[in-house]
Design a binder for this molecule. Structure first.
Ligand code: GLU
Length: 483
């Protein structure tokens, strides 16, 4: 029987999760679901100054919103918990002590100033930077002497000569000469563990079989492998590594969380559907195998294999995300579109939550479903239905001051006033008949003033349908007022 696949997503939330993090989470999740394995969600929060409770909660919410459910992790627990590293400090301390006892690690008493001076020297001599092993073989007396001088010690891992080789599923065989992987710190002088220690210990204890993560962590892998070795893990039991390509921004620079628009919460607030974000991110570095780009979460799960992940960087293209989101909105059933739009509006506090308002939105949605790219367009498009009179927007005022505008509005008023049945066909018949056929106007010229008078904006839902929704009295009153 082959081993159960266990994949983990292990962010250090020092801010909102950004699209790069979520691309990793998505691939981890899709791989676990594709193989029928387990998806583990672990919070790497040993740096409690930068990783706050609020960011951790934000990460959990974002994962839930995206539908990336986990089998082990925060809120659900699991057999290898806790899944917050800050609650596992005793475990790291115990392993660090074991490494000291085994002489895989040693106390290093070098001060930050000494290390800085070493770096300077190495720079001058054109040598690779890194610890020179000065404290590797201190005797107990020398250690006591340093302690008496008031020095504190970090715990450092001994990196033997040689190299670390491993196969990365995306990149092929990778090797690191240890000349460039100096002895590294496991535990700070204050006793807190470093990432390399915590991540490797947890991957072993949580029986992780596959490490799919960002390419930026590739160079940390030989150090983690060194920790596995010190823990007595055999080479055949190392996890499989797959380092995902970088996600680049428009300017070809790596996307970073400093840029607000890479945060997933930002996309959520803008009214992107979670499945659009997942679908789009899935295409960053992976392809479903044919030209099809619009895929469902289930299709992603069915199709996701690591051999379809590319090694070259992927570029984040907001236009493509927009196109996918518009497609997915169009494909929703009307009930779903209403539910999701209304939930979004309420969640983002855009319109007061009551039945009457929901009904107004429900009446509008059918005529805008084909037209919107993101849900945040709905409130502006609905505004004309909520107010008694509309304010004409600034950009439309010039058009409304043209001479022919008055004639058009007067003619429209004359046509619509006598209508007994207020529906799309009648409105379209009389208005087209008079303005386009009789007066020979171009539709754009003819209908813009009516549109602006009725909705306040030259960009609005389809005109005749909007007039039907608004009702005869309000249409007449608005056109008359514009005149
Ligand atoms: N916690 C690390 C980070 O957020 C990632 C750990 C890993 O995937 O190995 O960068």
């Amino acid at each position: 029987m082959s081993k159960e696949v266990r994949v983990r997503f292990a962010p250090s939330p020092t801010g909102d999760l950004h699209v790069g993090n979520i691309r990793t989470a998505l691939f981890d999740w899709a791989y676990a679901r594709h193989t029928g394995g387990k998806f583990i969600f672990r919070i790497e929060d040993t740096d409690r100054e930068r990783v706050t409770d609020q960011y951790i909660q934000g990460a959990i919410d974002t994962m839930k919103w995206l539908g990336l459910d986990w089998d082990e992790g925060p809120e659900v627990g699991g057999p290898h918990g806790p899944y917050l590293q800050s609650q596992r400090l005793d475990i790291y301390a115990k392993w660090a002590q074991t490494f000291l006892d085994q002489k895989d690690a040693y106390y290093c008493f070098c001060t930050p100033e000494e290390l800085e001076a070493l770096r300077e020297e190495q720079k001058k001599a054109n040598q690779a930077p890194g610890y020179n092993g000065k404290c590797r073989n201190l005797t107990l007396e020398q250690q006591t002497e340093f302690k008496n001088q008031g020095r504190s010690a970090v715990i450092r891992m001994r990196m033997p000569e040689g190299e670390t080789k491993f196969v990365d599923v995306i990149r092929g065989e990778v090797s690191f000469d240890h000349k460039f992987v100096p002895d590294f710190v496991l535990v700070r002088a204050d006793g807190s563990p470093l990432y390399t220690l915590a991540v490797a210990v947890d991957d072993v204890l949580m029986k992780v079989t596959h490490v799919l993560r960002g390419e930026d962590l590739l160079s940390s892998t030989p150090r983690q492998i060194r920790v596995y070795q010190a823990m007595g893990v055999q080479e055949e039991d190392y996890p499989v590594f797959a380092h995902l390509p970088f996600v680049m921004g428009k300017d070809n620079a790596k996307l970073s969380k400093r840029n607000g628009e890479v945060s997933v919460s930002w996309y959520r607030a803008q009214g992107y559907l979670p499945e659009s974000i997942c679908n789009y991110l899935a295409l960053l570095g992976w392809s479903p195998g044919d030209d099809k780009e619009n895929i469902s979460m289930q299709e992603l799960v069915n199709l996701f294999t690591v051999d379809r992940v590319h090694a070259s960087p992927a570029r984040f293209d907001p236009k493509k995300l927009d196109a996918l989101n518009a497609d997915k909105i169009r494909a929703l059933s009307s009930e779903e579109f209403l539910e999701r739009s209304w939930n979004y509006i309420v969640e983002q506090n855009l319109i007061e939550n009551n039945q009457g308002n929901k009904e107004i939105i429900a009446s509008l949605l059918p005529i805008i479903q084909e037209r919107i790219v993101t849900l945040n367009e709905i409130p502006a498009m609905a505004n004309f239905l909520f107010v008694e009179q509309v304010e004409i927007e600034e950009e439309s005022k010039e058009m409304m001051s043209k001479v022919e505008t008055k004639e058009i509005l007067q003619a429209a008023l004359n046509q619509i006033k006598p209508l007994n049945t207020w529906d799309k066909e009648n409105l379209e018949n009389v208005l087209r008949g008079e303005l386009i056929e009789n007066r020979g106007l171009k539709p754009r010229i003819a209908f813009a003033p009516i549109r602006i008078a009725v909705t306040g904006s030259h960009i609005s839902p389809p005109l005749f349908e909007s007039m039907v929704l608004l009702g005869k009295d309000r249409c007449i009153s608005r056109i008359s007022k514009s005149l």
